[in-house]
Design a protein around this ligand. Structure first.
Ligand code: KG4
Ligand code: ZN
Length: 368
């Protein structure tokens, strides 16, 4: 592998069609993301059939744009990397099929990448530019709309090895945020809006309970307090304020904080603050317990919910026992830079995928 070997990364596991060109030093020469948010927000969540159709529509122009921006031809690439799973089968299939075509036509290796490993590499990419290196073993927490997983990541001879410590038994954390937001008329995706508005509410107002988990106490469950938030809304006549928020979204598309505050009474702000406080307490408590159990020396946090300001503040608090590392916000949500970055160790080991590579919707990261 030459020092400036470049990999084309392709990501289509959920609702973003993304392509990026990254070099072996971790520099992104191009990163193009075509979001389908406008389409799925009409339905309050990702509709798998629509996602596949949009990926089909977008994949060619997105990859072409990434190569143009990087001033790169197929023959300049050392490999093409693509998300193999986990994700939506039909959505993954679009990226994988296109990547196979590029690999075959250009005569370059194909590398199937685990999306979750991609999220972890989004942090390693940034951290490589910090003077202080991430210390291993590390806890790796992935919190997004589709995943809530906690791993122990250890350095092995052939790269990082992962052991699953905990996962959600029901909703992913981002999914719980999104459902609460949709119920209250804030639209989809709701995480960023709840995050901003929660700062204006009283976090102890609604007493949500963090469930204690039988079996593995490190596991997560968000559906209990998500449902409690939905019941809270059903027990009140909030039709007027919810309608006002729907109209605001229709009028503005992306309302400002001030506009949201005008149509959100204090009682609702308190509910959002209480929901967010419970979620962050829950995640912090489980991470602290996992640190005590494993002796891990740092914490890596990635996925869309790692943008959450309360979560970042909690883990960056000097009282948190180990250093916490986050990706830059633009690398927190789904992107292809992280997929290309995660492929470099495989390129170095010449660990290539064959053309039998298929979508693996339930792909696991941990060693079997
Ligand atoms: O990683 P991502 O782009 O896609 C998945 O793989 O799911 O994550 C999207 C999720 C959505 O559920 C969104 O509501 C949530 O991340 N999210 C947030 C914040 N920003 C995005 N949740 C809470 N606070 C935020 N600031
Ligand atoms: Zn993701």
């Amino acid at each position: 592998m030459t020092l400036d070997a470049r990999i084309l990364g392709i990501e289509t596991s959920c609702d973003e069609t993304a392509a990026a060109v990254v070099d072996s030093r971790g520099a992104a020469h191009a990163s193009v993301i075509s979001s389908q948010l406008d389409i799925h927000s009409l339905y309050g969540g990702v509709v798998p059939e629509l996602a596949s159709r949009e990926h089909l529509r977008n994949i060619v122009p997105v990859v072409r744009q990434a190569l143009q921006e990087a001033d790169c031809a197929y023959r300049d690439l050392a490999a093409v990397a693509v998300t193999a799973g986990p994700g939506l089968a039909g959505a993954l299939l679009v990226g994988i099929t296109y990547a196979k075509g590029i690999s075959f036509a250009a005569g370059i290796p194909l590398i199937g990448v685990n999306h979750l490993e991609g999220h972890i590499h989004a942090v390693l990419l940034d951290a490589s530019r910090e003077p202080q290196e991430i210390e291993f073993p590390a806890l790796a927490l992935i919190v997004s709309g589709g995943h809530t997983h906690l791993y122990l990541a250890e350095r092995g001879e052939d790269g990082l090895r992962y052991h699953l410590l905990a996962r959600t038994r029901d909703d992913a954390i981002g999914e719980a945020y999104d459902k609460v937001a949709v119920t209250l008329g804030f639209g989809y995706p709701g995480g960023p809006v709840i995050d901003k508005l929660a700062a204006y509410g009283a976090p102890a107002k609604e007493p949500f309970t963090i469930p204690s988990m039988k079996g593995n106490p490190l596991d997560f469950s968000f559906s209990g307090y998500k449902t409690a938030a939905i019941r809270w809304r059903e027990a009140r006549s909030l039709d007027g304020e919810i309608q006002a928020r729907r109209e605001l979204r229709e009028r503005c598309g992306a309302p400002t904080l001030e506009q949201w505050l005008e149509v959100t009474p204090q009682e609702t702000l308190d509910l959002l603050a209480s929901f967010q406080r419970t979620a962050v307490d829950n995640i912090e408590a489980n991470c602290r317990a996992a640190l005590a159990q494993t002796g891990a020396r740092s914490l890596i946090v990635s996925g869309g919910v790692s943008c959450n300001s309360a979560l970042r503040a909690r883990f960056r608090d000097p009282r948190f026992p180990v250093p916490a590392w986050f990706p830059e916000p633009h690398l927190s949500t789904d992107n292809a830079v992280m997929i290309a970055a995660a492929a470099f160790p495989r390129l170095a080991r010449k660990e290539f995928s064959g053309y039998s590579l298929n979508p693996q919707p339930g792909m696991r990261l941990e060693a079997e």
